[in-house]
Design a protein around this ligand. Structure first.
Ligand code: GUN
Length: 286
């Protein structure tokens, strides 16, 4: 069994980006991300802390705009329009989830696609849907998964892949990215009747639903490749994924740990998107 070491791969991506940011600064381009946080959701605070640390490591400028829970949809959209117009800002990220009274799709829609470093706008999702060559600002978690598999030279062509989870930010785009790399893809979700029947023959199982021990060893075949995108807190406060790592790691050929798997890859890809947004806005790349 080989551990897919997202921490190590992410660190090497950040190291390369650090050098790239240094070179961009010589050209007077200072990659700059603005992050909007509403409220004090503990998970969001923890994610934001990791993103800020990655900015410090790479030299990307960070600005955090905090709102209390009472902010309106209009208030957020007004701020996003300001950031869209600000030529110094290359990336805009609205940390999700937003409070219930805010209409999230309208907020995301307000982000200028060139600055949409989360890859959440319809424009960037649509480009990613069409073909790998148009993945200019892909969503960070799915892109991080593909980058990790690429690093370990895991070929996706013809592979049977089962994605468990169908969210707009993970499961759906990840399914499309696998499909565009010529895998045969099954997407399972909350209404799937018999999950095991879809995971048991899969060469790759990628799961991100936020349910501890959803995937157990009896649900996968020998030699399976496991991508665990889940992030759950155990009773003892430690993090774990959606797969029963202990038993599945005895059957798997490759497996991502949690923590230290897809989490750091997601953050590294956000940095990569921010640097690419800065380059594209300055016409350095197509
Ligand atoms: N909330 C959970 N994951 C994410 C993410 O990747 N980006 C943003 N903006 N919010 C999130």
């Amino acid at each position: 069994m080989v551990l897919l070491d997202g921490r190590k791969v992410a660190d090497s991506i950040l190291e390369n980006l650090k050098n790239e940011v240094k070179d961009l600064k010589k050209k007077n381009i200072n990659p700059y991300i603005a992050v909007i946080l509403v409220g004090k959701n503990p998970a969001s605070l923890s994610y934001i802390k990791q993103k800020r640390k990655a900015c410090e490591k790479t030299g990307i400028k960070w600005e955090q705009i905090d709102y209390d829970e009472n902010v309106t949809t209009e208030g957020l959209i007004k701020k996003i329009h300001e950031l869209n117009e600000n030529p110094k800002i290359h990336g805009i990220l609205v940390q999700l989830p937003l409070p219930k009274h805010i209409y999230t799709p309208e907020v995301i829609k307000a982000i200028e696609p060139k600055k949409d470093v989360d890859g959440f706008t319809a424009y960037n999702i649509g480009k990613m849907f069409l073909s790998t060559e148009f993945e200019h600002l892909p969503p960070c978690t799915p892109a991080g998964v593909i980058e990790l598999l690429d690093y370990y030279k895991i070929d996706l062509k013809g592979k049977e892949v089962t994605v468990v989870g169908a969210s707009n930010i993970v499961g759906k785009p990840l399914s499309i990215m696998f499909l565009n790399r010529n895998a045969t893809v099954t997407t399972c979700h909350i209404h799937t009747k018999d999950l095991r029947s879809h995971t048991i023959n899969a060469d790759i199982v990628a799961v991100g639903v936020g349910k501890q021990n959803l995937i157990t060893a009896d649900m996968v075949k020998d030699g399976v490749i496991i991508i665990d995108i889940g992030c759950n807190k155990k009773e003892d406060g430690k993090l774990c994924g959606d797969c029963d790592f202990e038993s599945i790691s005895k059957k798997a050929s490759y497996i991502t740990p949690v923590p230290g798997g897809i989490g750091p890859m997601t953050v590294a890809y956000l940095m990569k998107n921010t640097v690419n947004a800065a380059k594209r806005i300055n016409n350095l790349i197509p």
